[in-house]
Design a protein around this ligand. Structure first.
Ligand code: SF4
Ligand code: SF4
Length: 286
């Protein structure tokens, strides 16, 4: 299965808009949304209301049995995350990293590590598509592990698919690293602003560490032609394929708000994305 990952250095660049257009243009059977903090690809790919749900348990959390605890303080001394309240001998689940050291040092055997639900995996599957996604529970960590589960679910459920589109998460953190791992190509959607260029450079450097194919496109290029030129120049200097630019398009906003993709209608942003799609696919398959 050839996996194409769509990324941006930050949120709001149009990454999901491009991903949903690619899914439509490729008539993709397999696709996934790895933005588990704020998934929204399901909103623009018309999914059924009834996905198959599976609870996701991330790292366990420590729990102190107050009846057994002798208040010796050893667990507090050893917890590197300051997750145990000194006055009440209670574990703060948001701060606990589940390392288990407190349990190991507790002389009273008062600490247990409990599995805690950290999110939910969702699978939308029918004859024409397999869509894997997830939603992390507020305040939960282990985002990277959940992203890995999303990709694994997609691959397991669409073993026969030769191609998959993955909508990545913004930034360069753990979930992004997990989404890049194992993909065949990364398409970066950049924004022509000073911060957008800086974010693009950071995500390119991150993706380069994985030695995967990388291509770059710009969204809303006409909002700053000077910066768009800088992005194109950067790609030229870094020997990276620059696969095109999408204009700002008020029609695109209206279309997305209706739950459609920009290639569902005849509009200037849709035409630009179609060209980018053709170039990207050529690079992916070469
Ligand atoms: S190490 Fe065990 S007994 Fe000591 S304070 Fe912590 S929970 Fe209580
Ligand atoms: S499991 Fe680790 S992080 Fe959690 S309370 Fe115990 S020592 Fe601290």
């Amino acid at each position: 299965m050839k996996q194409l990952l769509i990324l941006s250095g930050k949120g709001g660049t149009g990454k999901t808009t491009v991903a949903s257009a690619f899914i439509k243009l490729a008539n993709a059977y397999a696709y996934a949304d790895c933005d588990v903090d704020a998934p929204n690809l399901h909103l623009v790919t018309k999914q059924s209301d009834n996905p198959i749900l599976n609870d996701y348990f991330g790292m366990p959390k420590a729990e102190i049995n107050s009846e057994l605890c002798t208040k010796c303080g050893l667990c507090i001394q050893h917890c590197r995350f300051d997750a145990i309240d000194e006055s009440e001998y209670k574990v703060d689940a948001f701060a606990c990293e589940g390392c288990g050291l407190c349990k190991a040092v507790c002389p009273a055997n008062a600490i247990t590590l409990k599995d805690v639900k950290a999110g939910q995996l969702m699978l939308y599957k029918n004859e024409s598509s397999v869509f894997s996604t997830a939603q992390l529970k507020m305040g939960s960590g282990t985002t990277g592990m959940l992203v890995t589960e999303v990709k694994k679910q997609m691959k397991n459920e669409a073993k026969e698919a030769s191609f998959a589109v993955i909508d990545g998460s913004p930034g360069i953190g753990c979930p992004v690293i997990a989404s890049i791992s194992g993909v065949d190509m990364v398409l970066i959607v950049a924004e022509p602003s000073i911060s957008g260029i800086s974010d693009m450079e950071r995500i390119i450097k991150t993706a380069q560490k994985f030695k995967t194919k990388i291509a770059v496109c710009v969204n809303k290029y006409d909002t700053n032609l000077n910066n768009t030129e800088k992005i194109e120049q950067y790609c030229q200097n870094a020997n990276l394929p620059y696969v095109g630019a999408i204009p700002f398009d008020a029609q695109a906003v209206t279309t997305i708000n209706k739950g459609l993709s920009i290639v569902d209608i005849d509009c200037k942003s849709g035409s630009a994305v179609s060209e980018i799609f053709n170039k990207t696919m050529k690079l992916l398959l070469e």
